[in-house]
Design a protein around this ligand. Structure first.
Ligand code: GAR
Length: 211
């Protein structure tokens, strides 16, 4: 069983989707063994505690630089023998050293169809504001590997969501979560833990389950 760490900063609905999928037996080959929050008051911590998963805070504010913070995280994750790091609403950019230490072992969920509405400054509600402002008719969510380019790693899964004429950033955010993020994030985590992802250049191929 691969040990999974989920890194969070806020409400933790994606963490909840992962915990629910695990309870249904849908995370094959891995188990969520640690939740790390960058903020002490994140509601995600309460979600973890109510399912008895170990939850800790490594506060961003306690470190002067991104590098020092990332080093502290590397140490914590290695001490817990973590084989997969899932960024689920984790609002901190990590260092190059962190990305190399867990190369192709970090995945992120982003609330748009990458390469649209992604990169520095595109996070949380801002992503949906930008999509509505641009006037796109379809948006969605992407789960991808994390490298040192913000939202630049290889794409694992994507799911499209239609935009409605009366959408606000808030209604769109909620629908993208319900219809896309909460569906594809647990699927991608399970595919990784089952060893079913093959990286070929920028393409991630999904291979059949071994019987
Ligand atoms: C989610 O929509 C997630 O995709 C987004 O923040 C929200 C966190 O919600 N992440 C990013 O924008 C990262 N670039 P949650 O805390 O309820 O899972």
């Amino acid at each position: 069983m691969l040990n999974i760490a989920v890194l969070v900063s806020g409400g933790g609905t994606n963490l909840q989707a992962l915990l629910d999928a695990q309870a249904r037996g849908e995370i094959r080959g891995g188990r969520i063994s640690l939740v790390v929050s960058s903020k002490p008051n994140a509601y995600a911590l309460t979600r973890a505690e109510s399912t008895k998963v170990k939850a800790i805070t490594v506060e961003r504010r306690a470190y002067d630089t991104k590098e020092a913070y990332s080093d502290a995280l590397i140490e914590t994750l290695q001490a817990h023998d973590i084989g997969l790091v899932v960024l689920a609403g984790f609002m901190i950019v990590l260092s190059e050293r962190f990305c190399s230490a867990f190369s192709h072992r970090i995945i992120n969920v982003h609330p748009a169809l990458i390469p649209s509405f992604c990169g520095d400054g595109f996070y949380g509600l801002h992503v949906h504001e930008a999509a509505l402002k641009y006037g796109v008719k379809v948006t969605g969510a992407t789960v991808h590997f994390v490298n040192s380019v913000t939202d630049g790693g290889e794409i694992i899964l994507q799911k499209a969501v239609e935009i409605r004429p009366d959408d606000t950033p808030e209604t769109l955010q909620r629908r993208v979560m319900e219809q896309a993020e909460w569906v594809i994030l647990p699927q991608a985590v399970s595919l990784f833990c089952e060893g079913r992802l093959r990286i070929n250049g920028r393409t991630v191929q999904i291979v059949d389950r071994k019987e």
